[in-house]
Design a protein around this ligand. Structure first.
Ligand code: ADP
Ligand code: ADP
Length: 230
């Protein structure tokens, strides 16, 4: 499972002068990588919030495997959807606790396995306290790329069916972007992935690219077909 269908969705932020989303529609099938690109303010982040129902649509519907998200228990939605954003929040706690976040019962072996898949395990083992290292303490600061790989390990531990990547590599330099992209590739696997990007170069492999502007999809196609049409 993991089919996402966004149908004619409208959304209005309380007090805003106009609708942020004006009838946006798109779909993502299980295993597909679907990209949302478009200028700042187009509505990309807003739609990513409506899929896990952080807000409710003001018109239209969001469906997951055919069910309107308004009819799905919040805990099921949270379990189904994993998020990686531009800045991933880490807590002032151990690396273990940061990866276990939301799954406190997960075993240390599972945490280490997730860290291995996210290509961060070796780095963690360089710290004298390994997984017990307190994030941010005693000068053990993590680079932006390392923080993103920790966030990816956290998502892997949840094993969600649907993945939302909101400019997950935008804040990184080219070298760490490559490392994080490798970790993202292992995370995406057979999951339904919706990736928000401002650079087309990061999403050449997308099955479908939806160009968003003014709160709706203005064009869609593959990387190749969009470049051909200019
Ligand atoms: P994008 O992710 O494509 O840059 P957003 O989804 O962040 O676009 O924003 C879509 C529109 O909604 C913009 O006009 C933006 O100013 C507005 N907006 C975003 N967040 C809020 C908010 N919390 N309150 C009011 N308006 C908002
Ligand atoms: P500041 O660095 O000014 O203390 P931040 O907002 O950057 O404030 O960070 C708040 C806390 O988040 C830090 O005290 C630390 O625990 C953690 N933190 C922030 N950035 C990093 C980082 N790069 N690596 C590890 N921990 C960090």
């Amino acid at each position: 499972g993991g089919r996402v269908a966004v149908r004619e969705v409208f959304f209005h932020y309380p007090g805003a002068p106009q609708d942020a989303l004006k009838g946006i529609s798109f779909e993502a099938d299980p295993g597909q990588l679907v990209a949302l690109v478009g200028p700042s303010g187009a509505g990309k982040t807003t739609i990513s919030y409506l899929i896990p129902r952080l807000y409710d649509v003001t018109g239209g519907s969001v469906r997951i495997d055919g069910a309107d998200v308004r009819d799905v228990r919040q805990s099921s939605l949270a379990a189904a959807i994993g998020f990686v954003t531009q800045e991933s929040y880490l807590f002032h706690d151990s690396i273990l606790a940061n990866i276990q976040y939301g799954r406190p019962g997960a075993s240390r072996a599972d945490v280490e396995q997730a860290a291995r898949e996210a290509y961060i395990h070796d780095r963690i083992m360089e710290f004298p306290d390994g997984y017990d290292t307190i994030v941010g303490e005693r000068g053990y600061r993590l680079s932006g790329g390392e923080k993103q790989r920790l966030a990816i390990a956290r998502v892997l531990l949840h094993d969600p069916r649907i993945l939302i990547l909101d400019e997950a590599t935008s804040a990184l330099d080219t070298a760490s972007e490559r490392e994080v992209q490798k970790a993202l590739d292992s995370l995406m696997g057979s999951r339904t992935t919706i990736a928000i990007a401002h650079r087309l170069s990061t999403i050449v492999n997308a099955d479908v690219i939806n160009v968003i502007d003014g709160g709706r999809v203005v064009e869609s196609g593959t990387h190749r077909s969009l470049l051909r049409d200019g």
